[in-house]
Design a binder for this molecule. Structure first.
Ligand SMILES: *Cc1c(COP(=O)(O)O)cnc(C)c1O
Length: 377
């Protein structure tokens, strides 16, 4: 062990990233693998947009120059897009409400640094997006975990409130929620919203809307009333740009100023900035595929519900959370693990998390194969 390394990092289990696709360039591989484990869009950018980007790369990007470090053009374009979703309030936000990150993961880390580093804990409700706790732990920030209702996955609000009141040394300074949650796919309930609205202004409330384009529910309209709330969004899901690593945050301008101080100066490569701009300019085209994703989601949920051993939750996102009903023979955990392995062996990658399987809605063909592999077609 290296003596200068923090002891808590030695045994720390980091996020296990996706091994990476490569199956298009990998001419050797003959088996079909459906990657339904990371909630990406199943669709690449259309060829005409790739050509446009290639042109931008050849003509406009000087690779010897640092990228635009203030992201002004991109922040303006994002503000315009966010204002579209803030219905009835057409010019609510400007670039002063936006910061852009190398994926929303970078912004999660900046928020943790800005609010908790050295003086606060965070609160999460399990199961949820794992990066909040992982990034907090790498910064030495304690993580307080509460549970959820087994039926509708609502946060155990009593436990959450108690944790807020009782946690000391250091007290809870930030609460992270996903709307709709991953892996359970449920949007925030009325009770959860009431609780979030009741929180003191001393507590940062992070509302991660990574799946907004699928759920079409957003809390951006409420940001003006709550200077302690921030909304996170990403280009990694509906906008088909997971490879480019661009996420953003909508918040009070004072918090944006702080986040801008915390982030690395040239955090987004020029090519990624160009890709995000092209995606926004062509959002009508790119977001057209969402209706198919939603009808495929209905199809999968319906098919899975026919099988008496499956327990399928409703979904407001581009993935499905599948659990197993209790059986006599195997424990639920063992049965989920076995199902996960069987799917993997048959070429369908899904994520085993929170006592179930999180299955991304893919193309029609991929979904049919998934159902087939689950012996349903
Ligand atoms: C996918 C996802 C993100 C996106 O992360 P990026 O770093 O922007 O790729 C953020 N939050 C949640 C809950 C997600 O599922």
């Amino acid at each position: 062990m290296l003596p200068f390394v923090r002891k808590d990092l030695v045994d720390f289990a980091a996020y296990k990233p996706h091994p990476g696709g490569g199956d298009k360039s990998d001419g050797v591989s003959t088996t079909q693998v459906d990657r339904l484990d990371t909630n990406e869009s199943p669709y690449d950018l259309p060829p005409e947009l790739k050509e446009k980007l290639a042109w931008t790369y050849q003509r406009l990007i000087e690779t010897n120059r640092y990228p635009d470090g203030g992201h002004q053009t991109l922040r303006d374009a994002i503000a315009e897009y966010v204002n579209e979703s803030a219905r009835g309030l057409p010019s609510l936000f400007t670039a002063a409400n936006m910061t852009v990150g190398n994926g929303s993961d970078e912004i999660i880390r900046s928020l943790l640094i800005a609010s908790c580093l050295g003086e606060g804990s965070i609160l999460v409700a399990q199961p949820t997006f794992s990066m909040y706790a992982i990034l907090a732990q790498t910064l030495g920030i304690p993580v307080v975990k509460v549970g959820r209702n087994e039926e509708n996955f609502e946060i155990d609000l009593q436990a959450a409130q108690l944790a807020l009141e009782k946690t000391q040394n250091p007290p809870i300074r930030a609460v992270f929620v996903v709307h709709p949650n991953s892996p359970t796919a449920n949007p925030l309930t009325a009770a959860e919203l009431t609780w979030l609205r009741s929180l003191s202004e001393q507590i940062l409330v992070v509302i991660d809307e990574a799946y907004f384009e699928f759920s079409q529910t957003t809390l951006v309209n409420e940001l003006l009333q709550h200077s302690n709330w921030v909304v996170l969004r990403t280009f990694s899901k509906a906008f088909r740009l997971a490879a480019m690593r661009v996420g953003y945050c909508i918040a009070h301008p004072e918090l944006i100023t702080i986040l801008e101080k915390v982030r690395l100066p040239y955090n987004i490569p020029s090519f990624s900035i160009a890709a995000a701009l092209v995606a926004l300019q062509n959002r009508k085209l790119l977001l057209q595929s969402i209706s198919q994703t939603l009808s495929e989601r209905t199809k999968i949920i319906h098919a899975l519900s026919q099988n008496p051993v499956f327990q399928v939750a409703p979904s407001a996102a581009n993935f499905i959370f599948l659990r197993l009903k209790p059986t006599d023979s195997l424990s639920k955990d063992a049965a989920i693990k076995s199902l996960h392995q069987k799917l993997k062996a048959s070429g369908t990658l899904v994520r085993e998390v929170g006592g179930g399987l999180r299955i991304t809605v893919g193309t029609i063909e991929e979904n049919d194969r998934t159902l087939n592999h689950l012996n349903l077609c």
